[in-house]
Design a protein around this ligand. Structure first.
Ligand SMILES: CC(C)(COP(=O)(O)OP(=O)(O)OC[C@H]1O[C@@H](n2cnc3c(N)ncnc32)[C@H](O)[C@@H]1OP(=O)(O)O)[C@@H](O)C(=O)NCCC(=O)NCCS
Length: 166
């Protein structure tokens, strides 16, 4: 299995939008479900290209586009950024692709960006994601109790961090 991180481009927008509009994926990301239109996505993409606080890579497995991995809120004052990953093609879940992609992405940013701390927030019930983060050396920093209110329930978010050492 050849997992590659490649430059995100227009050709990925169609599948990316399908995944963003999937209710299960939306729930795993704790988003309020609100379909993203092609027009909204085009605006998002136009902003992304010129936004220095974001970085996104497409994940390809043997040439098939399966997901995205990236950083948002890149902050060069404090040398930190927020990590996210999505394997949108569900038939590729739990095959080790998230782990390989995360490891490769962390090496890439270590070589490319002067960042010290990579942090993330994950729903405490998202056990697959938490397992992936533990396997890739993110450490728990704390729990944000009842941080979000979704579908009539409070959600506790776990905050984790990975430190880039020289
Ligand atoms: C979370 C996600 C990125 C993980 O990627 P993946 O390729 O599926 O994960 P991997 O196969 O590399 O690793 C997952 C690990 O969790 C384990 N796992 C799967 N389901 C699990 C569960 N219900 N409870 C505990 N562990 C579980 C797997 O066995 C595997 O561990 P192992 O390699 O020791 O066997 C991917 O599933 C995804 O994109 N999900 C939807 C979006 C999402 O949740 N993103 C994260 C938001 S914070």
């Amino acid at each position: 299995m050849n997992v590659e991180l490649v430059t995100f481009g227009k050709k990925y927008l169609k599948n990316s939008r399908l995944w963003m509009n999937d209710k299960e994926i939306c729930r795993l990301f704790n988003r309020v479900y609100k379909p993203l239109s092609a027009v909204q996505q085009k605006k998002w993409y136009a902003n992304l290209i010129k936004d220095s606080t974001q970085l996104i890579k497409a994940i390809e497995v043997n040439g098939t586009y399966v997901g995205n991995v990236g950083l948002k809120n890149i902050d060069y004052l404090n040398n930190k950024a927020e990590f996210y990953i999505l394997i949108g093609a569900k038939n590729y879940w739990s095959k080790g692709i998230g782990t390989i992609s995360t490891k490769k992405f962390l090496i890439y940013i270590k070589n490319k960006l002067p960042l010290h701390k990579i942090y993330l927030h994950v729903n405490q019930s998202n056990l697959r994601a938490i397992k992936l983060y533990q396997k890739t050396n993110f450490k728990k920093e704390g729990a944000l109790k009842d941080e979000l209110f979704r579908e009539n329930k409070y959600i506790t978010m776990i905050r984790m961090a990975y430190f880039i050492t020289p």
